[in-house]
Design a protein around this ligand. Structure first.
Ligand SMILES: Cc1ncc(COP(=O)(O)O)c(C=O)c1O
Length: 369
């Protein structure tokens, strides 16, 4: 088998090293440097280089199948940094914000850093429950709502088109800023999810966060924010953005070449193929070897959100799983309260087929006790 020494950690929500596009990146950076454009090594514009934002706008117009212009886009150093910036510029310590329940656990840590009070709104198979949102709005006046509309982390759920419209209607009625973390939007296996919430960015009710972490490489620390001019202006007036001369000018320049040479599309399409296969392998192995564990097979993204049998606690299972050479993220990590004790999040992004199968075999042994 050959995997005895290591833990197969399904908690790792990142691509395997073998998926990172070293050759394409060498081409793109080499191309930039060969042109001798010293401007890329200079402080940049607050909103990011207009050439890059033009190329990004073309890439997104194509990929989102909707018109996107450079004026709607500001460069970020990834969705995490963008989220931190949003908190800095749109909230004050002690403010209340709404998140989905469950939600991305590290976003909860960013909100904690800003001293925010976080209220969870439940989701169902169509995404955030708008009825529960309306109830919560009776009691709270949140500074913003944080949502992951497509292939949600951790649940894999995609918000339906109808739910997106209902959410926008509530946002208009209550003057609620929606921060849409759309980092998985382009990672469908076969069928594209409904249009991103970025569709509504011009309305000043939605700020959409995108990232090259999931569709190219996380180490680039490059992403974008899509919003209305007033919202983007508030963000670019940040001290960090002003003092730093925008974010990541060199990496943006190289990504501009990646897009213009067609390499960004090639990399993304290859990743989608690999993740589709890995997801199918993981789900097949789980159906065969873990018949008492229930889950909905994902149609994109990185994650399987699985439920353990008979009131078994994922947190209590984890030490035994680690002793058996396998790990995962217990569901409670993704909750504001003490929800999702029976859930576990398994990512299929990091491991190749044999390790995925071996990891499930180990989990089956642990569950068999
Ligand atoms: C929902 C979500 N948002 C943001 C991130 C981090 O994105 P970035 O690398 O662009 O900061 C992740 C990574 O796991 C994620 O799942």
């Amino acid at each position: 088998m050959g995997f005895h020494a290591d833990i197969i950690d399904f908690g790792k929500g990142q691509p395997s090293l073998s998926l990172l596009p070293v050759a394409a990146w060498r081409t793109a950076t080499g191309d930039c440097l060969a042109r001798g454009d010293a401007g890329l090594l200079q402080y940049g514009a607050d909103e990011g280089d207009v050439g890059f934002r033009d190329s990004l706008a073309q890439f997104l117009s194509r990929r989102y199948a909707m018109p996107v212009t450079a004026t709607e886009l500001v460069v970020s150093a990834g969705a995490s940094q963008a989220l931190d910036l949003v908190c800095t510029r749109f909230t004050r310590p002690g403010d209340t914000i709404f998140v989905e329940e469950p939600t991305y656990f590290l976003a909860l840590d960013i909100f904690r850093d800003h001293g925010l009070r976080v209220v969870g709104i439940p989701i169902d198979e169509d995404g955030i429950r708008v009825d529960a949102l309306q109830d919560a709005l009776v009691h709270h006046r949140p500074a913003l709502l944080y949502t992951i509309p497509s292939f949600q982390n951790p649940s894999g759920t995609t918000m339906s088109a109808a739910r997106r419209e209902q959410l926008m209607a509530v946002s208009r009625t209550h003057d609620l800023l929606i921060v849409a973390d759309e980092v998985y939007q382009l990672l469908e296996f076969d069928t594209a999810p409904p249009s991103p919430l970025a569709t509504y960015a011009h309305s000043a009710r939605v700020l959409s966060l995108g990232s090259f972490s999931k569709i190219c490489a996380p180490g680039l620390r490059l992403g974008w924010m899509q919003g209305a001019p007033g919202v983007l202006h508030t963000l670019t007036q940040s001290g960090v953005v002003q003092s730093g001369g925008g974010l990541n000018p060199f990496v943006s320049g190289a990504m501009c070449r990646m897009i213009d040479l067609g390499l960004a599309d090639t990399v993304l399409d290859a990743l989608r193929g690999v993740y589709a296969e890995r997801s199918a392998v993981l789900c097949r192995a789980m159906r065969e070897l873990l018949p008492a564990v229930t889950f909905v097979e994902p149609t994109g993204g990185y994650f399987v959100w699985a439920q353990l049998p008979a009131a078994q606690s994922a947190a209590e299972l984890l030490p035994m799983a680690k002793a058996g050479g396998v790990a995962f993220h217990p569901g409670a990590r993704f909750s504001r309260g003490d929800g999702f004790a029976q859930q576990m999040r398994l990512s299929f992004a990091y491991y190749d087929v044999p390790e995925l199968e071996e990891g499930v075999r180990r989990l089956a042994q642990v569950l068999a006790g």
